[in-house]
Design a protein around this ligand. Sequence first.
Ligand SMILES: C[S@@+](CC[C@H](N)C(=O)[O-])C[C@H]1O[C@@H](n2cnc3c(N)ncnc32)[C@H](O)[C@@H]1O
Length: 221
Amino acid sequence: MSSPQANSWTSPKKALEYLQRADTIPHRVEGEATLLEFIPPSAKKVLDLGSGAGRLLGLVKSLLPQAEFVALDYSPAMIEHFHAAFPGEDRVQLVTHDMQNPFPALGAFDAVVSSFAIHHLTHDRKRGVYAEVFDLLATGGVFCNLEHVASPSEALHLEFLEKMGLRPDQEDAENKLLDLETQLQWLREIGFTDVDCHWKWREFALLAGVKGVVRCRVSSS
Ligand SMILES: C[S@@+](CC[C@H](N)C(=O)[O-])C[C@H]1O[C@@H](n2cnc3c(N)ncnc32)[C@H](O)[C@@H]1O
């Protein structure tokens, strides 16, 4: 089993560095706005994986004033900022958990969302998370993952870094980037329907799928 130190998100330095530049990440608001389009207005319970300080959860919450929210993260610094952002809110619960390990019992959800978090997990665990998300969703529920994915070539990766204002040596060495197609294929294999990439800018992509209704065909004889 992986230790919580498998990546350094538990260090306050890394968490605070991210929070300082979170608003400046190019094009993220386009991805976030597209993600919000796929949240069912009737959703009553929403899970945010790798919630950080609650940026995405706050956006979804503004759409669903009556819904309940569960946030999941394991970084003490992020969790402190999260609690400061949602002080004493009964509808918002935070679960401390290292996603590299299977989820604890969390209940059932109408939507599971995530932004820029799952790419920190090993590839095996990414797939495991996707399968566990499928099990956590109620029928008709949606999974929306705004994610950092791998470029199809080194040249495109270097261009991405340049657009981000980063030299190659400044790249986060702990990123575990995986190509988009593999992840979409995994979602289909797991049983999600309407799987698609609804938005993409270079290495940022919105992957989504629905836990569809299983229709039984009655054959006419
Ligand atoms: C780039 S931040 C994104 C935070 C937030 N979703 C946002 O969009 O602002 C990545 C988040 O994933 C969390 N994270 C990374 N690895 C994790 C793990 N193994 N288990 C739980 N959370 C993890 C970090 O603590 C951090 O809050």
